[in-house]
Design a protein around this ligand. Structure first.
Ligand SMILES: Cc1cc2nc3c(=O)[nH]c(=O)nc-3n(C[C@H](O)[C@H](O)[C@H](O)COP(=O)(O)OP(=O)(O)OC[C@H]3O[C@@H](n4cnc5c(N)ncnc54)[C@H](O)[C@@H]3O)c2cc1C
Length: 493
């Protein structure tokens, strides 16, 4: 017999890192959440190994920065080199050099970070061992059917978010078609624990050797990862043989100094769902998009989805914003995701050249380009500026990622909190949004940096969204009026 139906604000299918983060972001804002996960435990082996400063800032916002740092370390640089060791591209990523104040890039051990995320869900209705079976939606909500250990269960929710990964059953349930970027390469992924005597680089490398394109990257403390491209006709089962792996790892000390933690062949591809919303159902994370890992941005993109959706769902459920605010989710996130997918595929094509003549021409071109380029190139990764959506288009800095000054041990976001906030030069009050003047005691450590930022924009105020993107900078009354209008009747994106 079906278990009694439970009603919540938001049901989430999939307790991977994106589902867990979204659940935590909603729960801390007082939204009731039910998360259904088919597996009984956290997947014990990492897929993602890298996240960027923006994601570290999200972890900070969730109060788990310290817990995450126990499983992470900064990545000081990312280099593409050819078989002869000549540098094709090099990106320095010095600690602290990011708009968030965190290091630009971190390498981490995924299960530890997932544990930290799940620890935030103690107050939520988390149902492990429940497989999503189907959904029915109407004007008021969504009824979700799960297959549980004691039979079918149903959950009634205002909204449903499918965070159920690349094979998303939720996506299929809403007939979500995927755009395929036509990149499809098999790679062997090897994760190791590092022993004494291993000869490891202390930066991340793409070794663009046409004989065997190879990725060699740090992971969390004490671990290292390699990815080896399989050539056409190579048998995935054969390359999983430990003797083959030992040979491929020989330049770094081989299996004498490295303990295999896992080996798996993945197909790297680029896929983006055409529609991320159907009525009251949304897709986030790998359910909405998948990309080759050459930029380490698949999970990062999913966590940005979660941050974008969490505050909007909260505002709509609390009756402070019209449901149409949720229509801005895909227009805000999709261009950023597609740009990253395309950039990751571009980098993949650089790495994956296996024709020696093509590789030789690539090397010559890239070495010449590098010699011509003035200054160090920007670290790879997203310029996640919003071009449209819930922003005051035309206002200074609208859609830009708001920097987070640090002063001593304190960080701006710890003062700003979870809601949208207007930071004003002088005293200002209105019936919303929440505001803080630069002379507020709490802002004292950051006053000079914030004043400089406002000077640069020629603005008296900035309205920062809960996900730390700028709604707009300008006159506080103008910003507040636009924000309130937006909430009541969002402009079509
Ligand atoms: C080799 C490799 C390296 C990568 N490196 C990086 C990197 O360095 N940086 C980065 O940012 N990204 C990286 N990625 C991508 C990253 O791993 C994914 O983008 C990320 O794991 C997606 O998280 P998710 O929560 O959306 O999906 P998943 O992690 O797939 O989680 C989905 C969850 O949904 C559950 N589920 C599925 N179906 C159902 C159902 N029917 N009912 C209930 N539950 C269900 C699953 O059990 C799972 O727990 C890499 C990927 C690979 C393969």
């Amino acid at each position: 017999m079906a278990a009694p139906e439970k009603t919540v604000d938001v049901a989430i299918v999939g307790l991977g890192p994106v589902g867990a983060a979204l659940g935590a972001m909603l729960a801390r804002r007082g939204v009731s959440v039910c998360v259904a996960e088919k597996d009984g435990e956290i997947y014990p082996l990492p897929r993602a190994a890298h996240f960027d400063h923006e994601i570290m800032r999200l972890f900070q916002g969730l109060g788990i920065a310290e817990a995450v740092l126990a499983h992470a370390r900064p990545a000081p640089a990312y280099r593409f080199q050819n078989a002869a060791g000549e540098v094709l591209m090099h990106f320095d990523m010095p600690p602290g050099a990011s708009p968030s104040g965190w290091s630009p890039s971190y390498m981490f051990h995924q299960p530890g970070v997932e544990e930290a995320l799940r620890s935030l869900l103690t107050g939520a209705d988390v149902r492990l061992g429940r497989r999503f079976e189907g959904l029915v939606q109407d004007g008021e909500g969504v009824t979700v059917t799960l297959a549980g250990p004691r039979g079918p269960e149903t959950v009634r929710a205002g909204y449903l978010v499918g965070c159920d990964g690349g094979a998303s059953a939720v996506r299929k349930a809403i007939d979500g078609a995927l755009d395929d970027y036509g990149f499809d390469e098999p790679w062997l992924v090897i994760d190791t624990r590092v022993g004494e005597g291993a000869r490891l680089p202390d930066i991340n490398l793409q070794i663009c050797d046409p004989e065997r394109p190879t990725t060699c990257v740090l992971m969390g403390p004490g671990r290292h990862r390699w990815e080896f491209m399989l050539k056409p006709g190579e048998d995935p089962a054969a390359v999983m043989d430990d003797a083959v792996i030992a040979g491929w790892l020989a330049p770094w000390g081989g299996l004498e100094h490295l303990t295999l933690e896992r080996k798996a062949v993945y197909r790297f591809h680029g896929l983006v769902a055409q529609s991320w919303r159907s009525g009251r159902v949304f897709l986030a994370g790998d359910a909405a998009h998948q990309m080759p890992p050459f930029l380490g941005q698949g999970l990062c993109s999913g966590l940005r989805d979660a941050a974008n959706l969490a505050w909007k769902l909260t505002e709509v459920l609390a009756g402070r914003a019209d449901d149409a605010l949720l229509d801005t989710y895909q227009p805000e996130r999709e261009p950023n995701v597609r740009a990253i997918v395309e950039q990751a595929i571009f980098m993949g094509r650089v790495v994956c050249a296996i024709d020696p003549e093509v590789a030789k021409a690539r090397d010559a071109q890239m070495i010449a380009d590098r010699a011509k380029a003035a200054g160090a190139p920007r670290p790879p990764g997203p310029a996640s500026t919003l071009a449209a959506g819930c922003i005051l288009e035309g206002a200074a800095a609208a859609g830009r990622f708001f920097p987070q000054p640090w002063a001593g041990g304190s960080r701006l976001d710890d003062v700003l909190g979870d809601e949208a906030v207007m930071i004003t030069r002088g005293a200002w009050s209105s019936d919303g949004p929440r505001s803080m003047a630069l002379d507020a005691v709490a802002l004292a450590p950051f006053r000079a940096a914030l004043a400089r930022w406002l000077d640069d924009q020629g603005a008296d105020a900035v309205l920062v969204r809960p996900d730390r993107y700028v709604f707009g900078a300008g006159e506080p009354d103008v910003l507040a009026r636009a924000w309130r209008a937006w909430s009541r009747q969002p402009v079509a994106a």
